[in-house]
Design a protein around this ligand. Sequence first.
Ligand SMILES: Cc1cc2nc3c(=O)[nH]c(=O)nc-3n(C[C@H](O)[C@H](O)[C@H](O)COP(=O)(O)OP(=O)(O)OC[C@H]3O[C@@H](n4cnc5c(N)ncnc54)[C@H](O)[C@@H]3O)c2cc1C
Length: 302
Amino acid sequence: MQDSWIRAARSVLEEEQIRMDEPMSAHTTFRIGGPADLFLEPRKEQVGPLLAALRKTDIPLMILGNGSDLLVGDKGIRGAVIHIGNEMDQIGINGEQIEAQAGAPLSRVARQAQRAGLSGMEALSGIPGSLGGAVMMNAGAYGSTMEDVIASVEVLTEGGEIRNYSLGEMHFSYRHSRIREEGSVVLSAVLRLKRGEAGEIDAVMTDLTRRRTLKQPLEMASAGSTFKRPQGYFAGKLIQDAGLRGYRVGQAQVSEKHCGFVVNRGGASAAEVRQLMADVQAKVKEKFGVDLEPEVRFVGEF
Ligand SMILES: Cc1cc2nc3c(=O)[nH]c(=O)nc-3n(C[C@H](O)[C@H](O)[C@H](O)COP(=O)(O)OP(=O)(O)OC[C@H]3O[C@@H](n4cnc5c(N)ncnc54)[C@H](O)[C@@H]3O)c2cc1C
């Protein structure tokens, strides 16, 4: 690691916001991943100055939310991981709108909405991402997606400018938004919800949580659905029909409960997960002629 990188981080952040050689396994829901050279946790107003200072050096940068969609390599991440997390998790309610910082967990935003008698977040409440991560990839579940509730999104552009995008300007589509293409950072978002009855909203959330818990291996470490839904098929069903339920490479396994998930049985390496995914893709292609595209993002060195 270069001294100039550390100096740049120290020019904006306090010492307790900077970690070195931080194991990424502690910051991913897969519980997998080697060390990040620098792991930085800015407050919202520090994100712009921090990125500006870092960009004056040659440091590679990566934005991290809750790490629930990532497979980080066993050799870790060279450069800096900017964690949009605990230091950026404020949530405010104003009438039927919620304004929340990007590091707020989606589940907490949904719970606050429920308590305030605001409906719209119920189906999204079980997605274990940060608000920023969910906005960036237009996360969705049970027929709802982030674009159904977004009013506007505050971003820091790659050029260092703060901009507010309206819903229309976000270019949302299936698991996609303009954030991904342009490499900007989501700082906060305003959600527009509808008046509802707190008890009824709670009942819907409880029912969906129950359905999720019954179907998905939430008791084990994973990164959710491993592959995108191929046109006209379900990835989990194809994997099951290929006879791969419970298939293992080391400690990585196709979930016995839901074949669309790869789980870490404890101590799985990224290399094992990657191998398992390649085996699954090859088998499904051979049996059904369908190409499975990873939903989980590979980052760092393997
Ligand atoms: C058990 C389980 C169930 C899941 N169920 C669902 C589901 O029902 N529906 C669904 O859509 N997904 C689901 N997921 C996947 C995941 O939770 C979502 O994709 C979520 O939106 C990822 O958010 P995150 O904060 O964890 O992002 P991360 O995994 O930290 O990052 C994902 C990507 O977003 C980028 N990113 C993160 N924060 C920001 C930001 N503030 N600004 C710009 N870029 C950013 C990162 O650079 C990275 O490229 C599930 C995952 C698990 C483990």
